[in-house]
Write a protein that binds this ligand. Structure first.
Ligand code: SF4
Length: 151
C-alpha cells in the first residue's frame, strides 16, 4: 500500500524571524514562565560560572513536579537577566536557544496569535528555512524528552 505523505507544514517556505534582543522571552510569561533545565543544561551553566553542577543546582535551581528549573528571583524576570542581557548567554539553556521554534507553538494559529503578539522578532530579518526550523524542533523535542526522563 502506498504510504500516505505527511501534510506540508505551514512553515515549509521558511519563516521570517530575527531576535530583537527585547528580553521578553526572559521575563515571566504565564504558561511559558519556568526556564526548565536538563542535567546537561545545569552542567554547562555551572561550567561557565566555574562551579560544579551540584553547586549550580543548589544555588540557582528549584524543582517542580520532579523537574528542575531556574529559581525565581525577586521579580518576574529570569535571575540571569541583567540590564536586558543574559548573563549566561553562551551557556544558556536549550529552551532559551530554541525559542520560538517550540513544537507546542509551531502551529499557524498559535504562531500568528500568541507568538507574534508576544515576541517582536516574529516577521523581522531573513527567512529561517524549513531545514533549520526542523532541526530546532528536533533539538527541542529531544530536550523535552530528556527533561521528563530526568536526564
Ligand atoms: S537564561 Fe538567559 S536567555 Fe534564558 S531566560 Fe534567563 S536571561 Fe533569558
Amino acid at each position: 500500500m502506498k504510504e500516505k505523505s505527511a501534510k506540508p507544514k505551514w512553515w515549509e517556505q521558511g519563516v521570517r524571524f530575527e531576535c530583537q534582543g527585547s528580553g521578553r522571552c526572559c521575563v515571566s510569561r504565564g504558561q511559558y514562565g519556568f526556564v526548565y533545565l536538563t542535567a546537561e543544561d545545569r552542567k554547562r551553566m555551572g561550567r561557565l560560572l566555574k562551579i560544579s553542577t551540584g553547586e549550580f543546582t543548589r544555588k540557582y535551581c528549584g524543582k517542580t513536579d520532579g523537574v528542575f528549573h531556574l529559581k525565581d528571583g525577586t521579580g518576574p524576570d529570569c535571575i540571569f537577566l541583567k540590564n536586558n542581557r543574559c548573563e549566561v548567554y553562551e551557556a544558556r539553556p536549550i529552551q532559551c536557544r530554541t525559542w520560538p521554534f517550540w513544537p507546542e507553538v509551531m502551529n499557524a494559529k498559535t504562531w500568528a496569535k500568541e507568538v507574534a503578539a508576544f515576541c517582536p522578532g516574529v516577521g523581522k530579518g531573513d527567512y529561517v528555512n524549513a531545514q533549520d526550523i526542523r532541526a530546532t524542533l528536533e533539538l527541542q523535542k529531544k530536550w523535552e524528552d530528556d527533561l521528563v526522563h530526568g536526564r
